[in-house]
Structure formats: C-alpha cells, structure tokens
Design a protein around this ligand. Structure first.
Ligand SMILES: NC(=O)c1ccc[n+]([C@@H]2O[C@H](COP(=O)([O-])OP(=O)(O)OC[C@H]3O[C@@H](n4cnc5c(N)ncnc54)[C@H](OP(=O)(O)O)[C@@H]3O)[C@@H](O)[C@H]2O)c1
Length: 229
C-alpha cells in the first residue's frame, strides 16, 4: 500500500483515478477546489484552490503533518474562453495549469530526491503541440508544462525519482467542451492509462495514438500560418 496525494480529484480523470487506486488498497489524500463525492476509510479530502494565496503554505503544512507521500498526481486543469475585448482569465489559466504544478514540484521533488524515491505524474495534454488562436492560454500552458516536466524528469531519474508527463487527447469530462471531440475516451479508460503510466514510469505517456497524428498535422498547420502571416 502506497500513500498518494492527488490534486484535482473532485471530478473527472482525477476522481476516476482516485477510485481506481482506492480499489487497489492505497491510502489517498485528495486536494481539490470542490468537496469530494468519495467516502472511504482510506481517503481524506482537503478543499483547496490552487490559485489561492494559501495553496503553497497548505501543501507545506500537509507535508509536515502527513509526511512526504510516495506518489503525487496533479490532475488540476481548466480552460477559459479568450475574449479579446475582455482578457481577464488568461493569467488565471496560467496559474492553475502551469504555475501551481511547478509550485507543487518545488515542494515535493527536493525531499523525494533526498529520500531517493518518489513518483510524480502530471496531467498535461496533446494540445501542447497546437497553436490555438481561439484558446491560446490552454495550449500554451500545456506546452510549458510538458517541456518543464519532461526536462525535470530527465534530471531527477538518476535519483530514483520518476516524473511522468501524461498527455491525453479528449476525455469525457466537464473540461472537454469542444464542439467535436475526435477519439474521445471515457474517464474510466483514462484512469486505466494513468495506472499503467504509474507502473511503467515513462518520462512521457501519450494516448490515444491516433490523436497524436491529428495534433502533429495541426502543429504543422499552425507553423505554416505563423510563417505566412
Ligand atoms: N478532459 C479532456 O479532454 C482532457 C484532455 C487532455 C488533458 N486533460 C487534462 O486532464 C486534467 C484533468 O482534467 P479533467 O478533464 O478531469 O477536468 P475536470 O473534470 O474539470 O476535473 C478537474 C479537477 O481539477 C479541479 N480544479 C479545477 N480548478 C481548480 C483549482 N483552481 N484548485 C483546485 N482544484 C481545481 C476540479 O475541481 P472542480 O470540480 O471544483 O472544478 C476537478 O476536480 C487537466 O489538467 C486537463 O487539462 C483533459
């Protein structure tokens, strides 16, 4: 039985992953903005907004009281429409999707490296490849997150600390609100992929493969548009 922290698990992929890991007998501390629907003797939940001033101090306090977890999973994520006449959410998306994940890594990676054991899995997205004029903040935060996590992963592997950058295509959750969602998978299938990634510990885990071809084409279409405009 391992001790997990899962951030962003009141809903979506985080919730499905929490249920799957509880089914395997692990002990889980969840942190989310909302309350959790889970009631389980091996589960405790903290309501915490990763964009709040209390976020970093609460994580540090939790580590002092509970100790360093074996595994940390960051499932927090959001998107917000980019309205050119009222661009008031862009920096918030950066805080939630990118800065808060880096703040988490700042707190958990050094003691894991000292202990010479630990694992962190961060949910990014295959959207990290895409130029997105309609939604620049989401794609850009995922691009920054993927590059940061994979770079740091290469640095800390020799200390027996395993970081994984997990890149999904569309998953059937409240976050995925695009009008068309090619190759969408269920949240339970997504959770199975998270568990597989936790077992294999790769630097990068992307799924589904068909979606990778599509985002590569979109990537080159974006590059052509940047070049010609
Ligand atoms: N769904 C997809 O198609 C898809 C595809 C690729 C990557 N991803 C990534 O996968 C991750 C999980 O997404 P999901 O689809 O499971 O989304 P979701 O269903 O909206 O779940 C996101 C979770 O994060 C929590 N959260 C959001 N903002 C927060 C904040 N400021 N502080 C603390 N908790 C917060 C949410 O709590 P509330 O319930 O309070 O909002 C919820 O528990 C995200 O990083 C997303 O970018 C999703």
């Amino acid at each position: 039985m391992a001790h997990y922290w899962i951030l962003g698990n009141s809903d979506g992929i985080g919730l499905a992953t929490t249920e799957a890991l509880l089914g395997e007998g692990h002990q889980i501390t969840g942190l989310s903005r909302s309350a959790s629907p889970i009631a389980h003797e091996q589960y405790q939940h903290h309501q915490l907004d990763v964009a709040s001033e209390a976020y970093v101090s609460e994580l540090k306090r939790l580590m002092e009281t509970e100790g360093l977890p074996d595994v940390v999973i960051y499932c927090v994520g959001m998107w917000a429409p980019c309205r050119i006449r009222k661009m008031d959410k862009e920096s918030h998306v950066f805080q939630v999707n990118l800065t808060a994940a880096v703040q988490l890594l700042e707190i958990v990676v050094p003691p894991m490296a000292t202990r010479e054991s630990g694992q962190v899995l961060i949910l990014s997205s295959v959207a990290d490849e895409v130029f997105s004029p309609d939604n620049p903040a989401y794609a850009s935060t995922k691009a920054g997150l993927s590059r940061y996590v994979e770079s740091l992963a290469l640095r800390v592997r020799k200390r027996n600390v395993f970081l994984t950058n997990m890149r999904f295509g569309f998953v059937d959750t409240k976050l995925a609100s695009a009008p068309t969602k090619p190759f969408e998978m269920t949240r339970d299938k997504a959770a199975k992929h998270v568990l597989k990634a936790l077992r294999k510990k790769p630097v990068r885990y992307s799924t589904p493969l068909r979606m990778l071809i599509l985002v590569r084409l979109l990537h080159w279409w974006g590059r052509i548009r940047v070049f010609w405009n």
